[in-house]
Design a protein around this ligand. Structure first.
Ligand code: AMP
Length: 295
């Protein structure tokens, strides 16, 4: 029989629990989340459970990564539901600290140390959400330091975040192996997101245009398009034709490693979109290889 899920709320409690697990030779998997868990999160926990003996799902809505105009106060919270989903997916521990536990002097001026990953954060969401990735890198570095040596699972759904966390772990020598997991989608292509619950039925019906636009961009590239502006125009035309899309923060094609747009398009690429649909800011991305030149 598997042990019941443990809920831990303190830094010291999680540290002690995982130190003991490692002393007993157990492998630790970490799945950082902001809660309101869905099937996309479940796939991360399942991957972690397949590779490790003890899986910790962290549930923490991190104020540092929200701008004052963002949806921090409205962000959905359901710890009991999260624990049930995490346990069902194979987690042994849910770590759900309070804001005071993570930031004893407060999350604003009370945090004097900031982790900033340069180079890949001055594009895309780094421009659309100033300071966001510093908040992400800072909280993830805290979680890595609290958890200790482990494998950590992040979704490709947040492609730039995955790149930032990977680079941070590499540059700062965290004893953490960062593992990227594929995006889980609804049958109509909409990427699962905690923010999808903000959508009205009409907005929900129109939101898959984001995935369709990404696919159209990929088809253009695979068909031989070599100018990013043409590919971006293809994606924007579809997005702007859908009435539920209020605005588009970006519809971009970039090199998957540098997150810069190559001219002409070449190599391993990533197409990314961020768009506002009603109250929700939705992001999604897909991969693609540039067609060989001369086609
Ligand atoms: P969040 O709770 O939105 O911060 O997400 C926590 C983790 O789950 C991040 O690593 C996300 O990339 C990942 N995630 C969110 N949505 C999905 C999805 N649809 N498929 C796969 N992973 C996801």
């Amino acid at each position: 029989m598997t042990a019941p899920l443990e809920r831990l709320h303190t830094v010291a409690g999680l540290r002690a629990r995982l130190d003991e697990a490692r002393r007993n030779g157990l492998r630790v998997g970490l799945v950082p989340t902001m809660g309101a868990l869905h099937v996309g999160h479940r796939s991360l926990v399942e991957s972690a459970a397949a590779d490790n003996d003890v899986v910790v799902t962290t549930v923490f809505v991190n104020p540092l990564q929200f701008a004052p105009t963002d949806d921090l106060a409205a962000y959905p919270r359901d710890l009991d539901g999260d624990c049930a989903l995490a346990e069902g997916a194979g987690a042994s521990v849910v770590f759900a600290p309070t804001v005071e536990e993570m930031y004893p002097d407060g999350p604003g001026p009370g945090v004097l140390t900031n982790v900033h990953v340069a180079g890949i954060t001055d594009v895309l969401d780094g421009v659309a959400r100033p300071g966001h990735f510093d908040g992400v890198a800072t909280v993830v570095s805290k979680l890595f330091n609290i958890a200790g040596p482990c494998r950590a699972y992040f979704g490709e759904k947040d492609f730039q975040q995955l790149a930032v966390v990977r680079r941070m772990a590499y540059d700062l020598s965290f004893p953490v192996e960062v593992i990227g997991c594929p995006t889980v989608r609804e049958p109509d292509g909409l990427a699962l997101s905690s923010r999808n619950r903000y959508l009205t039925p009409e907005q929900r019906a129109g939101a898959p245009v984001i995935h369709r636009a990404l696919q159209a961009g990929r088809e253009a590239i695979e068909g031989g398009a070599t100018h990013a502006t043409d590919v971006e125009a293809t994606m924007l035309a579809l997005l702007h034709a859908e009435p539920v899309v209020d605005s588009v923060d970006y519809a971009a094609v970039v090199d998957a490693a540098t997150l810069r747009t190559p001219d002409p398009l070449q190599g391993t690429l990533r197409l990314l979109i961020a768009a506002r649909v009603g109250r929700a800011r939705l992001i999604d991305n897909i991969g693609c290889n540039a067609a060989p030149h001369g086609r």
